[in-house]
Write a protein that binds this ligand. Structure first.
Ligand code: ADP
Ligand code: MG
Length: 607
């Protein structure tokens, strides 16, 4: 007797459903994606009991004919692809034709649908894959699905559902992923009679604001910077969070060709661009949209998996990294203190940053009171906004009225040299450097500023292998424990890149013959021990983070300290070098460096 037989459709569908439909959120995703594919302009979502009792999705899309409505529930019934080649040129969200069949096998489904040209629509009821009712019905154009009692016939799965708050979270997560990439579609979301969202059609930025502003974070989009990169291979557009607003639970989204994706590898690129700008375990928010020809990605990996394979991942990584880095550098705006709300920091808003043309910043290499580093090439940055107001008159007092936008400073820079000394600069308590700028009084923490300067310098030297070594008159010998000696030996190549001239000297000792130019004032043994200590405490063991740790530690040791008196020339040097850094607002460990007390704030205090 033959023992192999085909499973009844209802069973096959339930098996498929096990993969595709895991919880109410999966139903929502499939239904809403179908509505989008049907060209809907407005989609209404109604949830009862976090989707456990019912999930309704009502759209104003194309609708279906009576036959199509019936067909839609057959397995592998789809209007979206017809042969294998189509799989590689997908432009729709759905394509497998198994979602509706799966849903109908594990729930009670009611469908009302009508096409614009039909007078009457179709009503269809299906439960556990069995059609229980089918008749013509009066209804509006579009499609309304109602999915009730999910897993009513699979008790084990129904029990597996989590508590309502968790399921609602899953539902919202799916909703965000779809809504963020379809700002051209209006959405309404109602949960147990409470309206959660009512989103009008608009731009992506408005959509982000409406979604996350509604969560009590008004002004969310002001925390974001616009990024863009267009190459022949890929075009990347999006919004990334200012580092200052990073938080534990950030909103992080990648999309490709209108579809949400998870991409740990690209995530790493973004995080690498932020390295040194974040405090503690905070994460930046990002909303990054890729556009690429469909045949360069493979989304056919798994029905519910959100990972997507790119043919040219390795090529895209540096493009993404550079785009994020450039955006962070370009928009580096300094926080200003809001004196009304003790301690609160408010960001000045860049109204139209694209319009600001960064002047070329040229650093005078002949003058450098802090030694070393003359090989460190300054980068082109946008500091016009801050410096856009260095006053013409040399001896203006700090609280003098702000003149119009006459701008000698930039003009001088364009003449390819900095003013030898801007005399409107003074030191306060040997800790802060004060200088007037267009918008008010700028206050710089000297130690933190120099920390940032040296950190970028060392990083750059390691990357470009251009460290400068200063010979010591008497070589210094450092004695270490056996394990520290082993570790230092591993770090030697990187340390040499910064200018250390160092050799193993016996079993656990090292002789230091030369040191980086900037380190001349510091205790070398202590610095080496600090490098060892911080490398041991590194979270991830990667070559890049090792170098980063070394750069940070050396910079921290060598930087100017609070309490040091500075000449006007030295202060100017700090200012100039700080603003030549790729990130001047925060230290490598995320502390603020600069603040501006605005002229308006000052005025207010004298009212
Ligand atoms: P897929 O989306 O992969 O094609 P589904 O099972 O999700 O498979 O849907 C089957 C078919 O039903 C779709 O191809 C489409 O033709 C039709 N359909 C489903 N939902 C809608 C809708 N909201 N409006 C119009 N047609 C729909
Ligand atoms: Mg579908």
């Amino acid at each position: 007797m033959d023992i192999i037989h085909l499973l009844p459709d209802s069973v096959a569908n339930q098996i498929a459903a096990g993969e595709v439909i895991q919880r109410p959120a999966s139903v929502l995703k499939e239904l809403v994606e179908n509505s989008i594919d049907a060209g809907a302009q407005h989609i209404q979502i109604l949830l009862t009991d976090a989707g456990r009792t019912s999930i309704q999705v009502i759209d104003d899309g194309a609708g279906m004919s009576e036959t199509d409505a019936r067909m839609a529930f057959e397995r592998h019934a789809t209007s979206k692809i017809s042969d294998a080649a189509d799989l590689y040129a997908l432009h729709t969200m759905g394509f497998r034709g198994e979602a509706l069949a799966s849903i109908a096998s594990v729930a009670q489904v009611e469908l009302r649908t009508r096409r614009a040209d039909d007078e009457l629509g179709t009503l269809l009821e299906i439960a556990g894959s069995q059609v229980t009712r089918q008749e013509p019905v009066q209804c509006s154009v579009g499609t309304a699905f109602s999915v009730k009692n999910l897993f009513f016939n699979v008790p084990a799965r129904r029990r597996f559902l989590k508590k309502n708050s968790t399921e609602l979270n899953h539902l919202l997560t799916e909703f965000y992923r779809i809504a963020l990439v379809n700002p051209q579609i209006a959405f309404t979301v109602v949960s147990d009679d409470e309206e959660l969202f009512s989103l009008a059609q608009g731009t992506t930025k408005m959509r982000i604001e409406n979604l996350f502003g509604a969560l009590g974070k008004k002004g969310f989009s002001q925390q974001l910077l616009t990024m863009e990169a267009k190459t022949a291979l890929i075009s990347i557009q999006g919004y990334i969070g200012r580092p200052e607003f990073a938080q534990k639970n950030a909103q992080q989204y990648f999309f490709v060709n209108g579809r949400y994706m998870r991409h740990p590898y690209f995530h790493k690129a973004v995080m690498t661009a932020y390295s040194g700008l974040l405090q503690g375990e905070n994460n930046p928010s990002y909303f990054i949209y890729f556009t690429i020809t469909p045949d360069a990605i493979d989304i056919n990996v798994h029905p519910t998996k959100t990972e997507i394979k790119f043919a040219d991942e390795q090529l895209i990584w540096p493009i993404l990294l550079a785009a994020v880095k450039e955006t962070l550098g370009k928009f580096n705006v300094t926080p200003s203190i809001d004196f009304d709300q003790d301690g609160a920091v408010e960001m000045p808003v860049v109204t139209d940053p694209e319009k600001v043309r960064p002047p070329q910043t040229i650093f005078n290499p002949n003058y450098n009171p802090f030694g070393g580093g003359s090989t460190y090439k300054r980068q082109q940055i946008d500091w016009e906004q801050l410096y856009d107001g260095f006053e013409k008159k040399k001896h203006e007092t700090v609280d003098a009225p702000i003149p119009a936008s006459d701008n000698t400073f930039t003009a001088v820079q364009q003449n390819l040299s900095l003013p030898e000394t801007n005399s409107d600069v003074f030191q306060f308590r040997n800790k802060y450097i004060l200088t007037p700028v267009k918008s008010g009084l700028m206050i710089i923490d000297q130690q933190r500023a120099h920390f940032r300067i040296l950190y970028e310098q060392y990083s750059h030297q390691m990357e470009k292998q251009t460290g400068v070594s200063q010979k010591l008159l008497f070589p210094e010998v450092v004695e270490l424990s056996a394990d520290d000696a082993l570790l230092l030996e591993q770090l030697l190549p990187d340390l040499r890149l910064t200018g250390f001239d160092m050799e193993k000297f016996g079993k656990t000792a090292f002789s230091i013959n030369g040191i980086p130019g900037d380190l001349t004032q510091v205790n070398i043994t202590e610095t080496i021990n600090e490098v060892l200590f911080s490398t041991k405490n590194m979270v991830v063991d990667m070559q890049s983070s090792k170098q980063d740790t070394i750069a940070k530690t050396l910079a921290k040791s060598a930087c100017l300290k609070s309490g040091q008196t500075l000449s006007p020339q030295e202060m100017n040097d700090v200012i100039n070098r700080l603003f030549a850094c790729s990130a001047h607002a925060v230290t490598p460990d995320g502390k603020p460096i600069v603040t501006i007390m605005t002229y308006e704030e000052l005025e207010k205090r004298f009212k």
